[in-house]
Design a protein around this ligand. Structure first.
Ligand code: GDP
Length: 506
């Protein structure tokens, strides 16, 4: 997708100096041999030499989720997907067990339940709720970290006799941080000493605006043990889901998430939670670095089905390799497309791994070189001042050197990161100097922002997409992200930031 000026010259069979001249004629400024060109720029230049560029479109080689339809009003409603969170021993598992059992009793087949990572609860009204079967925060966070925004609603379980505890607060933070609305289930109402008013007051104190106090978070009194209030809880979930207007198109390309995967005697299976479209026997699916021709579909009640629509979890058989929980599932047109996408993804992952390894090696080399230089300096000083350093020799060291302006470099591929490192480290004069703290491959991360904020530096982002919440985090921390996909423009930007740090001339 990218090519350096030198490599383009080789490809076009012209001398690099001639190419640089040509590029400057075409309006490129300050061209250097190691500059990395986008495929667009490279194509334009190639055409000047009467070459017909053939750009391999990475986007086209992969499978992508379709954009969300803008107007969903005409689409059918889909079941909400609910995760239960709360402090340990407050009754998450008990509530899930109760809900699962009641679902089996209600279902006309009354099959043998199997744990597949999620289950559906049909309600008397004909509506359905889907619960993720793994209680706790780790599952929720794991999936989110992998980019899977699976949960529509969080049910926050708080024991009526124990009130708000550290993991309750943690769950509140996770849900609020992810922008997922909550319903509170005040559990263990059957117990002596149940004090729901205390729970509500404590929730208010922790930023959960419960209904009784004029807020809009519903708080339902339940008991996982006696079943008290469980229908009210289901009702509350349905009401909130209707308000949030959860809808999905059952007729588009199938998309979903892998919730759980396992290798059984019958073969490799994965629970897929369908987000869009209708999954059918015979469909071809890609997830992570593997694919499937759907051989079997089975619900959490152990019932074999022919299809599964939006909001429904099903165990899918027919995978070549076992996918991973959190993998996005996307339908492919046929097996040929599926295998070529999987090959492409494996190849890309290997490229990234190689880049990361190279980076670690380079980092180790740099650290070693720096240590060697320090050691040599110490030896030199020891020889120069065998009786200890005079005071003036010590102070000299502190007062010299230019002001460093720190940067973190993130790029889509290691080649670009390397080229940017070279260009950026060269920027500066005796007074100010650009200092590269770290280079990395991939999108800007939370850690990059923390690091930049601590160092008072900026982040250079070359050709990766910054997720919205990361951009917001950068804003909140007053960390600048310089987004570029042309190196010479990036260099100009860095130059101007570095020169901001110059003391005003008197
Ligand atoms: P988790 O750690 O949040 O999954 O909590 P569990 O579901 O394992 O429940 C912890 C303990 O509380 C168990 O001994 C349950 O039997 C008990 N428990 C859960 N819900 C209730 C309830 O509504 N009433 C009573 N009395 N005990 C409950």
């Amino acid at each position: 997708e990218y090519i350096s000026v030198v490599n383009l010259a080789t490809a076009l069979r012209v001398h690099v100096d001639r190419l640089v001249t040509k590029m400057e004629e075409l309006g490129f400024e300050d061209v250097q041999n190691y500059h990395i060109l986008t495929s667009e720029d490279a194509s334009l230049i190639a055409m000047e030499y009467n070459f017909q560029p053939l750009v391999e479109d990475e986007f086209a080689r992969d499978l992508q989720a379709l954009p969300e339809p803008e107007d969903k009003a005409h689409l059918p409603a889909r079941p909400p997907i609910v995760t239960i969170m709360g402090h340990v021993d407050h009754g998450k598992t008990t509530l899930l067990d109760y809900l699962r059992k009641s679902a089996v009793v209600k279902s006309e087949f009354g099959g043998i339940t199997q744990h597949i990572g999620a289950f559906s609860v049909p309600l008397p009204s004909g509506k359905t709720i889907t619960f993720l079967d793994t209680p706790g925060h780790a599952a929720f966070l794991d999936m989110r970290q992998r980019g899977a925004n699976v949960t529509d609603i969080v049910v926050l379980v708080v024991a009526a006799d124990d009130s708000v505890k550290p993991q309750t607060i943690e769950a509140i933070n996770h849900a609020q941080g992810a922008g997922v609305p909550m319903i509170v289930a005040i559990n263990k109402m059957d117990k002596q000493g149940a004090a729901p008013e205390v729970v509500k007051r404590d929730l208010m104190a922790n930023g959960v605006e419960v209904e009784d106090f004029g807020g809009d978070v519903q708080a339902i009194h339940v008991s996982g043990k006696t079943g008290q209030g469980m229908e009210d809880l289901e009702e509350a979930i349905v009401t909130l889901s209707e308000m949030l207007d959860h809808r999905a198109d059952p007729q588009r390309q199938v998309e979903g998430w892998v919730i759980e995967a396992a290798t059984k005697t019958s073969g490799k299976v994965a629970t897929v939670l369908v987000r869009q479209g209708t999954l059918r026997i015979g469909d071809v699916l890609v997830a992570g670095q593997t694919w499937a021709r759907v051989r079997s579909l089975k619900t959490d009640a152990g019932i074999v089905v022919e299809s599964a629509g939006p909001g429904t979890p099903v165990e899918v058989g027919g995978w070549r390799e076992q996918p991973e929980a959190g993998d996005e599932v996307i339908q492919a047109s046929d097996e040929h497309k599926a295998t070529s996408v999987v090959d492409y993804r494996i190849e890309k992952a290997e490229r990234i791994k190689l880049a990361v390894d190279m980076e670690a090696i380079n980092e180790a080399r740099r650290a070693e070189a720096a240590k060697k230089a320090t050691d040599e300096e110490a030896t030199r000083r020891a020889e120069e001042y065998p009786d200890g350093e005079p005071e003036d020799a010590k102070t000299e060291e502190i007062s010299t050197g230019p002001t460093n302006v720190p940067f973190i470099i993130k790029a889509d591929v290691s080649g670009s990161a390397e080229a940017i490192l070279n260009s950026v480290s060269a920027i500066g004069n005796g007074e100010v100097q650009a200092q590269v703290l770290r280079t990395g491959v991939g999108a800007v991360s939370e850690f990059d922002i923390e690091h930049a904020a601590t160092a008072g530096g900026s982040i250079i982002n070359f050709n990766t997409q910054t997720p919205g919440h990361i951009a917001a985090l950068a804003d909140a921390n007053k960390v600048r992200i310089l987004n570029h996909n042309i190196i010479y423009r990036l260099v100009d930007d860095v130059k101007s930031i570095v020169s901001e740090k110059l003391a005003p001339k008197v």
